[in-house]
Design a protein around this ligand. Structure first.
Ligand code: 5GP
Length: 182
């Protein structure tokens, strides 16, 4: 049996990566990797489905035991991809999709040249800016920091194999399915 592909979906914060991965749960073309995080669950998030929620100590232990394929810190919390889950799904012929931030995508690139790196691009900078500013809960300082980070993250697009523009969720999902089938 052919080994499944590793597809990495990344892009700037606020571009809509998690909406895409939620939609992908309904499709059978991918196994979605469930990351470890030290972040507290948000309302509606289920342990083992959206994330494996762990303590700082547990996370450190997992890294120490080389159980993470990649890991990164984002907005004060730690995130990482479980090596074993990804490997066994791929060995069973399943395509695996990671929805991760950019430094994690870079780590995957370094260690697995066969991985397909997909950058999710907003339709325009104005659209991304409006989305980041639209999160009503953030302070002006926090919004400014998120905008600065997003600008930096946008510059990483050229490091990726493919770029998909997030005009519409269904279109991006179809784009990913087509890339996996190639
Ligand atoms: P959130 O806390 O909003 O769910 O995720 C914050 C950021 O962490 C998002 O950009 C998301 O793509 C990223 N992320 C989620 N899981 C992982 C992971 O396992 N590794 C890395 N590097 N980033 C992740």
């Amino acid at each position: 049996m052919a080994r499944g592909k590793l597809i990495v979906l990344s892009g700037p914060g606020g571009v809509g990566k998690s909406t895409i991965s939620q939609e992908l749960r309904k499709h059978d073309d991918f196994t979605l990797s469930v990351s470890y995080t030290t972040r507290k669950p948000r309302i509606g998030e289920i342990d083992g489905v959206h994330y494996h929620f762990v303590t700082d100590e547990e996370f450190t232990e997992l890294v120490h035991n080389n159980e993470m394929l990649e890991h990164a810190e984002f907005a004060g919390n730690k995130y990482g991809t479980p090596r074993k889950e990804v490997e066994s799904a791929r060995n069973a012929g399943r395509n695996v999709l990671l929805e991760i931030e950019i430094s994690g995508a870079r780590q995957i690139r370094e260690h697995d040249s066969s991985a397909l790196l997909v950058f999710l691009m907003p339709p325009s900078w104005e659209v991304l800016k409006a989305r980041i500013e639209g999160r009503g809960t953030d302070t002006p300082e926090r919004i400014a920091a998120r905008l600065a980070l997003a600008e930096e993250e946008m510059a990483a697009a050229k490091e990726f194999d493919e770029i998909l523009i997030n005009h519409e969720v269904g279109e991006v999902v179809q784009g990913l399915i087509a890339l996996a089938a190639r």
